[in-house]
Design a protein around this ligand. Structure first.
Ligand code: S3P
Length: 171
């Protein structure tokens, strides 16, 4: 697999709660590559939490920062990179990722996503009267775009081990 990857990274895309971070950590161990989470990098670079960034500067500023961080990370190569759910929706980010890495979409259904994000109420996009409806809307608009990833893995299976192993087989 190391040979097939070459200088490329494995990049996980998908909605909030699809398991990008937990699966990504495990996948990185299996592949013996560093793990990087783009939201963490954004938080470290700005010394603010994602929620604070959204609040202080708004979503467009956050997306601009996300573009800079993710395209830089994608160019560095040879790592497992978990991206924030909206990153792959930005055309420039998507092009950079498609160019330089193997992209993996972790697909999950609405119930699974809601159950997982429910455990941490820190997603600014879901701070709405009806977060389930917001998530359903994101499934509608984003799934056709996530489908452009090189590999699609069903992440409904809650065991991250199984999901990570499935990705390894698909690489
Ligand atoms: C977002 C997903 C979040 C974070 C931000 C916006 C999105 O990342 O980047 O809240 O647009 O889907 P996770 O997918 O890691 O929760």
């Amino acid at each position: 697999i190391a040979e097939r990857l070459g200088e490329r990274s494995v990049v996980l895309v998908g909605l909030m709660g699809s398991g990008k971070t937990t699966v990504g950590r495990r996948l990185a161990q299996i592949l013996d590559l560093p793990f990087v989470d783009s939201d963490n990098e954004i938080e470290a670079a700005s010394r603010m939490s994602i929620a604070e960034l959204f609040e202080a500067y708004g979503e467009p500023e956050f997306r601009a920062l996300e573009s800079r961080v993710v395209t830089r990370l994608a160019a560095e190569g040879r790592r497992v990179l978990a991206t924030g759910g909206g990153a792959f929706m930005t055309p420039a980010i998507r092009d950079a990722l498609k160019d330089r890495s193997i992209t993996v979409w972790l697909r999950a259904d609405l119930d699974t996503l809601m159950e997982r994000v429910g455990r941490r109420g820190d997603r600014p996009l879901l701070k709405a009267p009806n977060p389930r409806a917001v998530m359903a809307g994101l499934i509608e608009t984003r799934y056709p775009v996530y489908a452009l990833a090189d590999i699609t893995i069903d992440s409904r299976n809650v065991r991250r081990e199984t999901v990570a192993t499935e990705i390894v087989s698909a690489l």
